[in-house]
Structure formats: structure tokens, C-alpha cells
Design a protein around this ligand. Structure first.
Ligand SMILES: C[S@@+](CC[C@H](N)C(=O)[O-])C[C@H]1O[C@@H](n2cnc3c(N)ncnc32)[C@H](O)[C@@H]1O
Length: 234
């Protein structure tokens, strides 16, 4: 998996969409999760289980909420927040506490960091946006030290009766929120299709195990629509 990565047209589309929705991102995220996103970011930081002076990499950091939650929990840690949207990174850099975090441009398919250089890797809502889920998880495994932890926040496709209710709800509510708040209906139509069409936690866990993570497990949130997953590198 060491060959150079060239961005696909899907990557470029996702990148330009996040560059467009930056200003409204936090507001819509908070509305869509009924304010629970902040709580989930704290849980992701807690499950990273960093030592006082550990090193944590938050990939697809966006407006930096997970990296900042980790900063508050581990004041002595070295924290990096990376993303391939310059506009999202610019928003993150403006937040209180941001000065003590290293913010960098990076594509999750190809990280510049050395092998075995982090104690924990975290990410929120990255996997459903990438072209190659296995490569992205393989990169995370590569940069983690043995014993290091990965913690993932993701959406999870609804199942059973909820599937119909949420599919209809999301088809109406998301594009509408996008139009009213972000003035970008298309971006939030994409959010609906990427959420409903994404892998289940069991399918993601299978890929995590294939790249080498062990003791992979997860906790679903919010009627099973979101999930926090974790594992470690032996
Ligand atoms: C939905 S936002 C999540 C932001 C943040 N993690 C959170 O929980 O609020 C998804 C982020 O993933 C980033 N992203 C998507 N694909 C990426 C890739 N291949 N490499 C780096 N960042 C990526 C986007 O730019 C965007 O900032």
C-alpha cells in the first residue's frame, strides 16, 4: 500500500463540498445530532486513552471538534488535526484552544507521518467520504505504535422500521436544512446518500480487522444512526 495516491474525482467532489459548507457546518451538525455531537467527540477522546504526554492524530478533523475535545482531556499531549479541506482547517484554527494543536493539510489516503509515530488515531465522519476505506485504515494502522488505539465516529445506516422512517426524514430534512442554512442543497443531499449507503459497523469492523486492528468493538448511538468504534494495534 506504499504506492503514491492520486485523488479520485470522488475525493475532489468531497473536498470541494466541505470547502463550500464550512461556515454552516458546526450549526447543521449540532442540529442534525440534536446537540449530541459534542458529547460523542468527548467519548472519542476518552476512548483514545492517551497517556499524559502521548501523541494523538485526529484525521478529517474538519472544524476540529475531536482534536479540541482531546486537548481539553489531555492537556500535556501532542495533538495533530489534519484534513484535506483548507477552509475547514481555517475554521478550526480560529477556535479557543486551537493554538496548542498542530493543524495540517493531509489526505487520509496518504499520511506524511512516520510508521509507529502515534499513540492514538481518531476520526469523525471520515470513512463514508473516502474512495478507499481499506487504504485509509491501513494508513492509520501504519502510523500507530504497537499498542496504539484507533477510535472512529461514523454514521451507521439505519435498519428495520427505522430505515424507512429515517430515509424519508433525511430525504426531506437534510436537503432543506442545507438549502436554508448552508444555501447548498446539493451538499446535504450528498450527506443523506452517503449516510444511508454506507457500510454497517460489522462491515467496517471486518476491514479494521483485515488491516490488523484487534479487539474491534463498537457502541451505537442515537437509535443506531451513529456509531463509535475502537480497536488497537497489537
Ligand atoms: C463531516 S466532516 C467531519 C469533521 C469532524 N471530524 C467532525 O466530527 O465534526 C468530514 C471531514 O472529512 C474531511 N475529509 C473527507 N475526505 C478526506 C480525505 N480523504 N482526507 C482528509 N480529509 C477528508 C472533510 O474535508 C471534512 O472536513
Amino acid at each position: 500500500m506504499s504506492e503514491d495516491y492520486s485523488m479520485t474525482s470522488q475525493d475532489s467532489r468531497v473536498q470541494s463540498m466541505f470547502n463550500r459548507v464550512t461556515r454552516s457546518y458546526d450549526k447543521i451538525n449540532s442540529l442534525m445530532t440534536m446537540g449530541r455531537h459534542a458529547q460523542w467527540c468527548r467519548e472519542v477522546a476518552r476512548r483514545a486513552d492517551l497517556t499524559a504526554s502521548g501523541r494523538l492524530l485526529d484525521i478529517a478533523t474538519g472544524t476540529g471538534e475531536i482534536a479540541l475535545a482531546a486537548r481539553r482531556r489531555y492537556p500535556g499531549a501532542e495533538i495533530f488535526g489534519v484534513d484535506f479541506s483548507e477552509n475547514m482547517l481555517a475554521e478550526a484554527r480560529e477556535k479557543p484552544g486551537a493554538d496548542s494543536i498542530e493543524w495540517e493539510f493531509a489526505d487520509a489516503h496518504q499520511l506524511r507521518f512516520e510508521d509507529e509515530s502515534f499513540d492514538a488515531v481518531t476520526h469523525g465522519y471520515l470513512l463514508r467520504n473516502v474512495s478507499d476505506v481499506e487504504r485509509v485504515l491501513w494508513e492509520q494502522h501504519r502510523v500507530l505504535k504497537p499498542g496504539g488505539r484507533v477510535v472512529v465516529l461514523e454514521t451507521s445506516p439505519p435498519r428495520g422500521v427505522l430505515k424507512l422512517v429515517l430515509s424519508v426524514g433525511m430525504s426531506v430534512v437534510l436537503p432543506l436544512l442545507g438549502q436554508i442554512i448552508a444555501k447548498d442543497r446539493e451538499a446535504y443531499t450528498y450527506l443523506k446518500s452517503s449516510t444511508l449507503g454506507f457500510m454497517s459497523p460489522a462491515e467496517v469492523a471486518a476491514v479494521m480487522e483485515r488491516v490488523g486492528f484487534r479487539d474491534v468493538d463498537w457502541a451505537t448511538k442515537y437509535f443506531g444512526t451513529n456509531v463509535i468504534m475502537w480497536g488497537h494495534k497489537p
